[in-house]
Ligand binder design. Structure first.
Ligand code: DAH
Length: 347
């Protein structure tokens, strides 16, 4: 016969064991495992019920009550242990995932296109809106396409206008995108409307000239093309690039491949024409060369000048960028100094 006193001792031993053993539990999983070992059917508390058989019948009720009290104490105990552990784990996580919202953010610099590319794209945008398509020629050209076919034969004084890098007596680095005109007119019949952007090369080097720079050539060949068409198209281009108030004027000039030839000026977009440093107090700024395609050039390409006429223009892309963005040394466009380039974000 088991003695109730002794059993009470067992009960308090279990209670003591639970309290002591739970002191060093590491995590909720450990709490769960321990809880199982005491409260499962065959757990330590359940096993106390086995003594029921050996107990005096008058004491069974008291013993049962004590075991049940122990059980509900244990349930509450493990519940609160689990709650504590939950909070502890959460705090640890908060600590390890702490975010310092006062920390300065990492500065993400957005890139932008190079000013020369920006202008090139803007020009393509303007002229493709007028129906021009792109023709890209080659940078190495032969003498015929760069000069002779453009009405500039070997002994022509106009060759001195452009200091040429010759690769051989026959081949050279093109000095102008005008060479593209010949390739296009040789391979296409009018109507022709092309835009030819690209790099050109001249032995020339100062604040406004660089041995390599970019041009944008335009060529339109059709019936009845006149200087009026030229002025109309350039008006659209100038207003889009330099602002809607800008006016154009054509000044007589000379290029071997155009007749008549003109220099195109725009009213100064900095002072509005009143006179300032940018326009050298003239109110006008020269922006490009253009003209009516010389009959000889059309003939050289097998196009009948009595049926067709053409207009052509050549725009300096760096020059346009310098004027538009107020850059006074062309080297700034080639040095890739981000302090300069990052200020120019048109699009
Ligand atoms: N090729 C000339 C130059 O580089 C620019 C030019 C002038 C192009 C008149 C043309 C034009 O098409 O008609 O200086």
């Amino acid at each position: 016969m088991a003695d109730l006193r002794e059993l009470m001792g067992r009960i308090s031993e279990v209670k003591k064991a639970i309290t002591e053993n739970s002191e060093n539990l590491k995590d909720r999983k450990a709490v769960y495992e321990m809880r199982k070992s005491y409260l499962e059917k065959n757990g330590s508390i359940g096993q106390l019920m086995r003594y029921m058989r050996d107990i005096d019948p008058t004491q069974k009720a008291d013993f049962g009550k004590m075991v049940n009290e122990l059980k509900s104490w244990a349930v509450d105990y493990f519940d609160s242990l689990d709650d504590d552990m939950k909070e502890k784990e959460l705090n640890l996580r908060y600590e390890s995932e702490k975010i310092d919202i006062t920390m300065p953010s990492r500065h993400l610099q957005s890139g932008c296109l190079h000013p020369v590319t920006q202008i090139r794209n803007q020009l393509i945008d303007v002229f493709s809106g007028m129906g021009f398509t792109i023709y890209e020629g080659t940078e190495v050209e032969n003498d015929y396409y760069n000069f002779t076919a453009l009405n500039t034969p070997k002994d022509h004084p106009a060759r001195d206008m452009q200091d040429t890098f010759y690769l051989s007596p026959e081949f050279l680095l093109r000095t102008q995108t005008s060479s593209g005109q010949i390739h296009v007119m040789e391979s296409q019949k009018p109507p022709i409307k092309i835009l030819s952007p690209g790099k050109v090369f001249r032995s020339d080097d100062d604040a406004t000239h660089s041995p390599m720079f970019s041009q944008m050539e335009g060529l339109v060949v059709d019936r009845n093309i006149t200087l009026g068409d030229l002025q109309g198209m350039l008006d659209v281009f100038v207003k889009r690039i330099y602002g809607s108030e800008t006016r154009t004027r054509l000044r007589p000039s000379y290029f071997p491949f155009t007749e008549p030839s003109v220099e195109v000026d725009v009213s100064c977009f900095s002072c509005g024409g009143k006179g300032c440093n940018l326009c050298k107090h003239t109110g006008w700024i020269e922006v490009l060369g253009a003209g009516i395609v010389n009959r000889r050039v059309l003939e050289n390409c097998g196009i009948d000048p009595d049926v067709y006429s053409g207009l052509a223009f050549g725009i300096g892309i760096e020059r346009t960028a310098m004027l538009k963005y107020g850059i006074n040394n062309i080297k700034q466009l080639f040095e890739s100094d981000l302090r300069v380039l990052s200020q120019i974000k048109d699009r």
